[in-house]
Design a protein around this ligand. Structure first.
Ligand code: CA
Ligand code: CA
Ligand code: CA
Length: 421
């Protein structure tokens, strides 16, 4: 009986030892890891580096097959012998993947037989990850942030007054007299797009103008002075009239600035109704479609916008009656080198070059206005002050009061005096 006890005890000890031995042999799951993905801008192939972590103290072998495969193709030369510990960049695969987030991915799946936890460990690389860091054109701006990911010279677009938004420039051509002061003798909407490089220097300027009204019996010209050298402009510029029609704009060198004549003569762009009828300023007359003019200026050496003395809409002006030097600018903007100063101080004009006062009356009323939205201008021969009641206090205050004068605010406007077709 005692011997029997001993035997049982020995058997229990053997079983316990066997159990302990078996516990020591428990296998932990090998975890696969996606290290990184890169994109080659020349071959357009993606390279994915995978690694792993084998928490066991011994090497684990998992052959290629149902328990060790890649999603794109079962055998891509992946690791089969997993050494103990963490292994970075155990292998890489170079693949052509769709650039589309939904389809563009590769997954490595691995199951360690008998391991805890059971099931597959997997690691996925998606093309979208690659583009988070890829700078295809090597301009220093990653593709995700680069409006021109394949153009080293261009990175960002900025707009003035905003994307798909237009501002208005409106002129009175009877300067230096106030005349009828309807400020509709030439009305243009504008939008500028600036293309900048990775240093935020301007590479291209796209100007889009819409001629909306010509409430004038005079034939005027419209030009813009830009604060940069003509010699820095790539002359293979693009100019368009209504998108397709041939049209010419000319540059004039007034170094260190230059002048672009956008409209040489309004008569080249519109059919003058004649007999006291003006173009888009009379409610009882048909409305003509606006004339679209656009240009692109590309710089040989990109320009630091912070060094420009003025920015969009730059220094736009009309040449009244197309008389050489008879420039009418926005209030406070300087005349160009081609302006004839003999006009200053005549009529209602109170330009005082020495005081830095340009194109204003004694009461600070202007002959040109710039509005940051597309603006409803006065009808023919109605003073702007009678269309927009806030205009006069705004102008006389030097722009500090009634800053929203141009909005169609009830009690602040007279719609009978505003062109609204
Ligand atoms: Ca880039
Ligand atoms: Ca770029
Ligand atoms: Ca007019």
């Amino acid at each position: 009986m005692k011997a029997m006890y001993k035997l049982i005890l020995i058997l229990i000890l053997i079983v316990t030892a066997a159990n302990l031995f078996a516990a020591e042999k428990k296998i932990d799951r090998v975890e696969v890891i996606m290290e990184r993905i890169t994109h080659d801008s020349v071959t357009h192939l993606f390279t994915v580096w995978f690694g792993y972590y084998n928490p066991n103290s011994v090497a684990i072998t998992i052959p290629v097959g149902e328990e060790n495969y890649l999603s794109v193709q079962e055998n891509m030369g992946q690791t089969t012998v997993f050494l103990p510990g963490r292994r970075v960049d155990a292998f890489s695969v170079t693949v052509e993947l769709p650039h589309d987030d939904a389809k563009g991915s590769i997954t490595w799946k691995l199951r360690t037989t008998g391991a805890v936890p059971a099931g597959f460990s997997s690691a996925t690389a998606a093309t979208s990850m690659a583009f988070h860091n890829v700078d295809t054109d090597l301009d220093g701006v990653i593709d995700n942030d680069d409006a021109y990911p394949n153009d080293h010279d261009r990175s960002y677009d900025t707009y003035s007054p905003g994307l798909n938004m237009f501002g208005t420039l409106a002129y009175e051509d009877l300067w230096p007299d106030k005349g009828d002061y309807d400020l509709n003798d030439m009305v243009l909407d504008y939008n500028y797009k600036m293309v900048t490089n990775s240093s935020n220097y301007i590479k291209d300027i796209y100007g889009t103008f819409k001629l909306r009204a010509v409430g004038a019996s005079k034939v005027n010209a419209f030009a813009i002075e830009f604060p940069f050298l003509l010699s820095n402009i790539d002359m293979t510029q693009f100019v368009s009239l209504n998108g397709t029609q041939p049209y010419t704009m000319t540059f004039t060198d007034v170094s260190p600035y230059c002048i672009l004549t956008v409209i040489n003569s309004t008569n080249e762009l519109i059919t003058v109704p004649g007999n006291g009828v003006y173009w888009n300023t009379q409610m009882d007359q048909p409305k003509f479609p606006e004339v679209n003019l656009s240009f692109r200026i590309t710089f040989i050496n990109p320009i630091n916008p912070n060094l420009m003395p003025y920015s969009a809409p730059f220094n736009p002006f009309i040449i009244a009656d197309r008389v050489a030097g008879k420039e009418v600018h926005l209030p406070g903007m300087k005349p160009t080198a081609l302006a004839d100063p003999a006009w200053f101080g005549l009529g209602d004009d109170d330009t005082q070059v020495s005081a830095g006062k340009y194109y204003k009356t004694r009461n600070n009323l202007p002959w040109a206005i710039h509005i940051p939205v597309s603006f409803k201008y006065p009808i023919e021969r109605k003073q702007i002050t009678e269309a927009y009641l806030g205009f006069k206090p705004w102008a006389e205050s030097g722009g500090t009061s009634n800053q929203n004068w141009y909005l169609l605010t009830p009690n602040q406007i007279d719609m009978n005096n505003i062109y609204n077709k």
